[in-house]
Each structure stands twice: as structure tokens, then as C-alpha cells.
Design a protein around this ligand. Sequence first.
Ligand code: BGC
Length: 740
Amino acid sequence: MILRLVAALLLCFPATLPASSQTPALPPAQSVGWRTGAEAAAIEKRVAALLKTMTLEEKVGQLHLSGRGDGFDIGQIKAGRMGGVMNFVVPQEVREVQEAVRQSRLKIPLIIGLDAVHGFSTYFPLPLGQAASWNPGLIEQAAFWTGREARAAGVNWTFAPMVDMSRDPRWGRVLEGAGEDVHLASVVAAARTRGYQRGGVAATVKHFVGYGAGEGGRDYNSTWIPTSQLHDLHLPPFKASFDAGSMTAMAAFNALNGMPATANRAMLTDLLRGRWGFRGFVVSDFGSITELRLHGIAKDDAEAARKALIAGIDMDMMGNVYHRHLADEVKAGRVPMKALDEAVRRVLRVKFHLGLFDRPDVDVAAAPKLMQTEEARRVARQIAREGVILLKNDADTLPIAAGTNTVAVIGAMAVPEDERVWTDPAGLGRRMVQPLPDALREQLPQGTTVTYEPAFTKACGTAFADKDAALKAAAAADLVVAMLGEDCEFMGEGASRTDLGLPGVQQELLEGLVATGKPVVLVLATGRPLVLTWAAKHVAAIVQTFHGGTEGRAAIADVLAGKVNPAGRTPMSFPRSVGQIPVYYDHLPTGRPQQVRQRYESIYMDEANEPLFPFGFGLSYSRFTYAGARVDRPRVGLDGSVTISVEVTNAGSRDGDEVVQLYVRQPVASRSRPVRELKDFQRITLKAGETRTVAFRLPVRALGFHDDAGVSRVDPGLFEVFLGGSSLAERATSFEVTRN
Ligand code: BGC
């Protein structure tokens, strides 16, 4: 009871400075994952024994994943012809399908899937916003609570993490990933995988592979990725997730180098099972097996089923294609029984390792009590705070100065309509989201007046409700806080854009607000980096968030009011214009680098090369300095490692967090290497005036890259080291890798 009270107090009176990067220990829960040793061997035996007792129809049934809604046939469960269900989130309904299983001959439990991505009942920031915290421990916690709440409602499988690499903010799904950098993305992929599975749901690493590189940033579009880049950039986050124990994977919608991912045997079987030894199962994406016809590699659904199964797709999500055709394909000898058995074996194996055969049904009465607990809310508040990125802060506009009489909050985004981007069919995600004006009233000193005008009819700002009232409120205030951005309509799956400005009439409003002459703080909640070139010139401060979830607006108020010192960092570069895309920090050098910006250099005639805000960037209310960078040895062999250290000082007058980033560059190698690459980072908390030595151990194998055959190599030679608080970090030291 006392603990609950303390927790409640902590929630009401958040700690003052800084956005501490401490991560509370995970509470015990029904964690799931691969069993090992004798237990794993016993499972293989049980799977083999069960497989022997199954009819052809029951086997095909295990590969059929169907969803709640129109056309759902509970009779298929009773007949043993459905292996999994999705989008069942109401505990009572989960109980009904579990009861149906008991009426089937073999009573094989269902795997119950959902896109529990950044929350189930408690919402955390969008994955891109979580990555902006650069705090893997906290990201793991967010995934843990997501998994735990989902599990309490009866879900045992989440369709996350999405680890698709993308350098293209036109693509609406960048919000589900961790940004443009392969190291950060791999660390985040592992953290999320661990978190979900500790929370009690099997992870699904997706979308295998190359989905984030769709041509033109258009969703579902074809991708062309050279083998070396596939291995250097796109595959490592998947590998990191498997190494962290991901039990399932989802194939992508797109064609990779001309072969649709759903029928790509080289990826699904040769690489995934052969080279990587993955033992779990692969699910198709939503209806993607039948889409093989539209890709032009199958004349009908029967052929599509055959090609997908033989390539290595074990479970058919929502396509009904395996359900309708696979048994006939096996009977006709077009699909070998051995291939079918192998797919069923993988599904059953996961179900056993998940413990589904030994677990009781969902506890309908207990479920609601496990939603939005104080602990989950506290993690949500912390990660939302840590993900806030301060992009601009002219003349210390922020934090809001004591003595500011009136703050005008403008924009319908400031008051939540809905925090959901992904499914929350139980509708629990709507509760208790604090509007920004209320949070500011709570945080700012007594006597500060906070006014609010929505300006738009809806958060997405496509039409004005009352523009004049908004401008009047701004003119009457000392400081304007405009909360603008994208909402669900403009981001996420199927929401590719060619114009990355503020949607609708929001830019018009912003210009009106600036014209009042009052200092404008632009607070953004978006699903991607927008083009902020105009705003960066004209507003006084910019605060970037990627929809902070249940505690998002409260966390913004913490930062605006100065209770929290911001330290979030951009996980993606912010372009100056759409024409620069793709713009990312770890590009290759050219033979005609930008030097004096003249013709025949690799430049644009009408725009700078650099992004508006680079990768890894974010301001603080403090200032951090770096000194004394050193490597523990000047030379190291191919099997060795170096320790790189640097002294970081908080030279400001407030406590705060710094994200210390380590980049390397190999100036001369057997092939052209990026101008720099992130190799490690640490988010640390420093008191005002404090100095700390931060050390990184860097194994030489982390300096490697892949050749055109996908073989990894490290070239001996000089490596330059850059240390600092963003990808603009200065060159600090160097070391040499020797052959031995
Ligand atoms: C998405 C997947 C998602 C699935 C189920 C698809 O459209 O691409 O990422 O898991 O739907 O909701």
C-alpha cells in the first residue's frame, strides 16, 4: 500500500532535473522464450509424437491464422483447422476461442497474435520516439509492459518489433522502426525483443526483408538492395532480434531484387534457417500469399500457396490460401508432405516453447487490474520524457521563464483525441491521457495563465475550426506553444507522403502565429522527420516528439516547464527538402566532395547537402564538453578489441543527460567506407559541473563490412575515432588495426 502511494506521488510530482536515464529493474513476470538443454530435447519429442497423430487437415490447420471480425468461423477451431487467431483482445472473447479449442480432437492451443507495438493499454511513444531516448534499458521496459498487458488480456504473440531499416521519411512506417542507423536499430531490436518476451508474448521480428527501402518511399513498393548493403544495413537488426531470442518472424510484402519476400527461398530458408539456424516459424504478412499473383509469380492461389510454403512461409496470415489449397497440393504431390510437416513442426515447437500447452486460460477477472498500472505509467512517463528532442532554442526561450504571465497553447493536437496508431480494439488506450494545457497548468508556477485554442477541427489540422480565435489568443499571450504535426491519417502503414511539410492548413496557422511577433515554441508530434526549414528560421524553439503516448503531453510539459532537462536525440536526419532524400549521416564519400560549393562538386545547385538537423542531434538546457579522448593501445590485431575513453563534463548550470556517441571511419580500405559510422553510445546523467570518464570497449570485428558475396571482412588499417553528442562529433583520436 505504501509502495502504491509512493508510486502515485511520483506520478503526480515528477522528479525535477534531469530526465534521468536510470532504469528501474523489471518486475518478475511470466517470461517466455526458447527453452534449452533437456527441456528443448523433450519438446522435440513431444512435437514429433503429436505430428504423428495429426491428419492432413489438422496439419494444414496449424498453418492457418484467422482474425476476429467478419467471416471468422469458430467452427474451424473446433474442427482442429485453425492454428492461430489475431486481433482478439477482449479477455472474454479470448476465453471463448480457448474453450473452442477444448472441443477439438487434439486440443492444440491457439497462438493469439496482435500488433501490440508500443502499448496495449498503457501507450508508450511510437517506436521511433522510443529510439530517440537512446536508452535501450528503458525501451526494453516499454516493450515489457506492452507484452505484459497484452498477455494479461490473453494475447501471447505480438507482431513486433519492426526492424526495417529506412533512410526515407516519405515512407509512413518509419515510425515503427528505430531510424536510419544500423547500430542503434540493432540495439533497439534486441531490447524490444527481450522486453516483449519477458512480458509474456512471443516476438515477431518483421518484415523480412528490405521492406523499408521501397522505391520512392512508397509503401509496399519494390526494393533493390545490393548484397553487401543487405548484409551491412538491413539484416543486422534481424540478427540482433534472433540473437535476443525472437521466436517468430514475419515476411515482408515487397519484392526484393525481383523476388517477392513471401516466396524468397534464398532469404527465408537458405539464410534464415540455413546460415542463421532459426528454429521458430515465419508468418506471412496480411494476405501476402495471395498477393504473389499480383506480383506476377503465381497464376492462382494454389500456386501461390505452393511457392510460399516451399520458400519457407509457415503460417498464412489472413489469406485463407493455405486453408483452401494446401491439402490438395499435398494430395496431388505438388507439395511434399515433408515440407508441410516441417512447417507444422516449427509452429508446434514455438507453441511448446511458449508453454501454451501447460498454461491456463486467460484470467478474465484479473485482466483489467493489470492494465495501466502505476509502474507502467511511470515507465511511460520516463521514456516519453527521455525521447523529447530539443531541436532549436533561441535565446533560451525554453524552459518557460519564471514570471511569464500568459502561455497560449494552440493546436488541436494538444488535447488528445486518440493515442492509438496501432490496434487497441479493447478501447483501453483512451483513458487518462492528460491534455497539454492541463499538464502545463500543473507544472508552471502558480499565477501563470494557460489559455488553449484548438484552431483546427481535428488534430491533423486539415481544416480550421477558428483560426482568428487562435491568433487572438497568441497575440494576448507572452509565449505561444503551438502543438502541431501528423496524426494517424498521415502516418503509419499506407501513409507515404511526397510533401513532408505540416499537413493541411497547419503551416498557414504557424505563419500567422509567428506574425503576431510573440515568441513561438513549436511542439511537434509526428510519425517521421518533417521538413522544418521554414520553422527553423522563424520560430523561437522547436521541440520534437514522435507521439509520446499516454504520458506524452505530460512529458512535454515537464520539458517546457524545466522540470526535465531534455536529452533526446534524432534517430533520423531531418531533411531540408524532400529533394535531398535519402539524406543520412553514414553515406559514402564521393570523388567530388563538397569543398567550395562550385559546379562539378557533388552538391545541389539549390540546396545544401547537409540535413537541417543531423542524426544523433538534440539540445539540452545544459552544455557538455569533451576532453582527453584516448585509445588504450595504438595498434590492435584482428581478433582484439580497444577501449576508447573520453572525459565528459556538464559545463552548464543544470543537471542533465548527455548521449555520448562514438563514431569511427576507415579512410583507406579495399572498398569505399562511410564517412563515419556509429559504433557505440551511452546515455549518462551528469550533475551541473560534474565530469565523468566514459569508456567504450570496441571489438575489432565490429569494424567489419560485407563484400559482394555477403562475406564479412575487416580490413587492417587506420581507424579515426569521433566522440561527441551527435553525428557531427569531432575527430578525437585514432588507432590502427594490424593483420595480427
Ligand atoms: C502489416 C503488419 C501487421 C499486419 C497485421 C500488415 O498490414 O504490414 O506489420 O503486423 O498487418 O496487422
